[in-house]
Design a protein around this ligand. Structure first.
Ligand code: FAD
Length: 235
């Protein structure tokens, strides 16, 4: 999507009808919204979501759309701790039929070519990769792309695991679950040795983790322009 289209979509605000929410794990929740017919996005993009049913101080947050348009539902998944922000408290109050507003989706965090790609997710950073992998599954042309998902979570509470295992049946997609930084570096090294700067490097998750993996890659001679980052604040 071009910068021009991105700018247009960020100004396009729409109301989303809330359908349901459920717990994915101890402190992770998924929220589903109705997808209107004319709403579409590229898998990996994020929307700017605004609370509208009550007045709160900071009513807007970016969230990745974790579903693909063909699922006919707009899904977001977020970490919510025991002491949630006002925004997240308001999200938990949503009842069927209530609305939030969304601008976008926007952003350049999606696959643009068929080069081998490594997707590195830290915890909740799995959200864009669920969408990206679901898209490949829906298009049925995994064979053209070599995709390696590395999913690190120190608590080993891997959300979407059943779906990811199913997607990994596709011979061109591999999914590796990790819980230590050392093992993650080893897996990254395998990919950089094979593909160097002919591969795409996607990193999503808490900002500190994204920055440190990006530095690791650059120290291993991976060019900045081959590294795409989605850094989540607040974790
Ligand atoms: C492109 C993108 C996609 C995202 N997708 C997801 C997703 O799919 N799931 C998900 O759970 N989260 C996602 N996030 C993060 C999300 O927007 C929230 O920041 C996060 O959930 C924390 O929100 P909170 O209300 O709990 O905490 P907050 O109250 O927002 O913040 C907690 C802490 O972070 C600091 N902080 C907040 N925003 C900034 C900022 N812009 N710069 C520096 N410090 C800041 C605050 O000062 C505070 O200390 C995404 C963020 C981006 C940028």
């Amino acid at each position: 999507m071009s910068f021009f289209q991105d700018t247009l979509s960020i100004f396009k605000k729409r109301e989303l009808l809330f359908l349901e929410s459920y717990k994915e794990s101890e402190d992770v929740y998924t929220f589903l919204f109705e997808k209107e017919k004319d709403l579409t996005w590229k898998s990996g993009q994020h929307g700017l979501f605004r609370i509208t049913h009550k007045k709160i101080k900071n009513p807007i947050r970016p969230f990745t759309v974790a579903s693909v348009p063909t699922e006919n539902v707009l899904k977001i998944t977020m970490g919510i701790s025991d002491d949630p922000s006002e925004f997240k408290k308001a999200m938990l109050e949503l009842k069927q039929g209530m609305k939030v507003s969304m601008s976008g989706p926007v952003g350049g965090f999606y696959l643009k070519d068929n080069n081998p790609s490594i997707l590195i997710a830290g915890g909740i950073g799995i959200t864009p990769f669920r969408a990206i992998l679901k898209q490949i599954e829906a298009e049925g042309k995994g064979g053209e792309k070599q995709i390696h998902l590395l999913y690190i979570d120190s608590k080993k509470s891997y959300i979407y695991k059943d779906e990811l295992d199913e997607i990994a049946d596709n011979p061109s997609i591999s999914v590796t679950y990790l819980d230590s930084r050392n093992d993650l570096h080893q897996e990254i090294d395998k990919f950089t040795t094979l593909y160097k700067n002919n591969g795409n490097y996607f990193i999503a998750g808490p900002k500190a983790m994204v920055d440190s993996i990006s530095t690791y890659l650059q120290n291993n001679n991976i060019s900045k322009r081959n590294i795409k980052k989605d850094a989540f604040f607040g974790y």
